[in-house]
Design a protein around this ligand. Structure first.
Ligand code: ADP
Length: 384
């Protein structure tokens, strides 16, 4: 195929420039970029064809350099602004300049030019779209963070406010029981079951309020530990005894395997809280089937397992379980705030330990707690 035919049809800006800086060949596409017919280029000086625009002078300078040095220039960007053309009149080209040699001597230069205007426009639009999306996402994140902060603040205030009347209620109930007991022992005995119901409900309310307080303390990074030497085996035995009635009411047989004594340094109130949470979950989600509690020492670690044969947890549930307000059951069937395991994990990790779960839907769950026996000085959990 003849060179002139190639030049007429190739969809690329191409030109060959002689040593005298005149056009030897030019493709139709390049001619169109320059805004003149192809014939108007051939044999004419580049300076005449391109005019005196700054971008035209740059092109000329580069061609001269390639002809003089014999070194190619690849991927040079040219921005051409039509005078008074604004954004629409601006075109972006990408040009490469190569020397053409005959018997080692540079005899001409070739130019290849690609019009990048459309591609750059699309890229700019995409970048602007991405920036807009980023801004929307960032705004949504800020709003969510603000909502979470407001919720935590509300929880903290509400929990503190609820504590005062509760304490007062408890005191007055005790006083009332004592006074009636002294003045009318027969009536006191008659009222005892009702008083017990009141006490139970008050202590339930109290533990709900404490849960809320713990959550707000954790959010503020203010959960403190007061470790002291204790026998974990004895503690587990006591807690299991305290839960015996609840398990029997639920119809769950309870078996206990303890490797006692198991000495270590832990905060007794916090360990108790963790045990209460795991045992009450075993009662609640154990479906009245047997529950096994075991404790053993493994080197410097105490390993406690609470195994039930109840409703179990789905895979999706297991991934969320230890998060704040996360639940894997419907509120209609099981009451709860979804905070017990969140607080449990925070406490356990603050003690340098870990809590994990093995479970499958409908096949029961085993919660495994690992606590170092003599941990490093207690550290504060991070605010979450
Ligand atoms: P709550 O019991 O108040 O919902 P928890 O934080 O103690 O909150 O537990 C979170 C969720 O984990 C529960 O809602 C329940 O879906 C699931 N769960 C906890 N313990 C068990 C268990 N032993 N068996 C099955 N599901 C459990």
């Amino acid at each position: 195929m003849a060179l002139s035919e190639l030049m007429a049809s190739v969809p690329l800006g191409m030109a060959i420039i002689g040593l005298d800086l005149r056009y030897v060949e030019v493709s139709e596409a390049m001619a169109a970029m320059n805004g003149l017919p192809r014939e108007a280029h051939l044999g004419r000086l580049m300076a005449e064809v391109l005019g005196n625009e700054p971008s035209a002078r740059d092109v000329l300078r580069r061609v001269r350099r390639v002809l003089e040095t014999g070194e190619p220039l690849v991927g040079v960007e040219i921005v051409h602004r039509e005078p008074g053309g604004g954004v629409e009149g601006t075109r972006v080209y990408r040009a490469s300049y190569h020397p053409l040699r005959r018997e080692g001597e540079v005899v001409a230069a070739s130019i290849y030019v690609e019009d990048m205007t459309e591609r750059r426009r699309v890229e700019a639009q995409r970048d602007a779209g991405a920036a807009r999306e980023r801004a929307v996402r960032e705004q949504a994140l800020r709003e969510t963070q603000e909502a979470v902060r407001a919720r935590d603040e509300f929880l903290s205030v509400a929990a503190h406010e609820l504590r005062t009347p509760l304490t007062s209620l408890r005191l007055h109930l005790q006083l009332l029981q004592r006074q009636v007991g002294v003045a009318q022992p027969a009536l006191s005995a008659e009222l005892a079951p009702r008083a017990q119901v009141l006490e139970r409900q008050l202590s339930r309310l109290g533990s709900l309020v404490n849960t809320l307080l713990d959550v707000s303390r954790l959010a503020a990074g203010k959960l403190s530990l007061e470790p002291r030497e204790l026998d974990l085996a004895q503690m587990v035995r006591q807690m299991v005894d305290a839960f015996a009635e609840e398990f029997s009411r639920a119809g769950s047989a309870l078996s206990v395997h303890l490797d006692g004594p198991l000495m270590g340094s832990w905060d007794p109130l916090r360990v108790e809280q963790v045990l209460v949470n795991l045992l009450s979950n075993a009662v609640k989600y154990g479906a009245g089937r047997p529950v096994e509690v075991s404790l053993a020492g493994e080197g410097h670690t105490a390993v406690l397992a609470v195994k039930d044969h109840g409703i179990g947890i789905s895979e999706d549930g297991m991934a969320r379980l230890f998060g704040k307000f996360e639940r894997a059951v419907s509120e209609r069937h099981y009451g709860g705030l979804g905070l017990g395991l969140y607080i449990t994990r925070q406490i356990v990790e603050a003690m340098g330990g870990s809590i994990t779960v093995r479970s499958a839907q409908g096949q029961g769950s085993t919660f495994i707690l690992r606590l170092p026996t003599w941990p490093q000085p207690p550290r504060q959990p991070e605010a979450r």
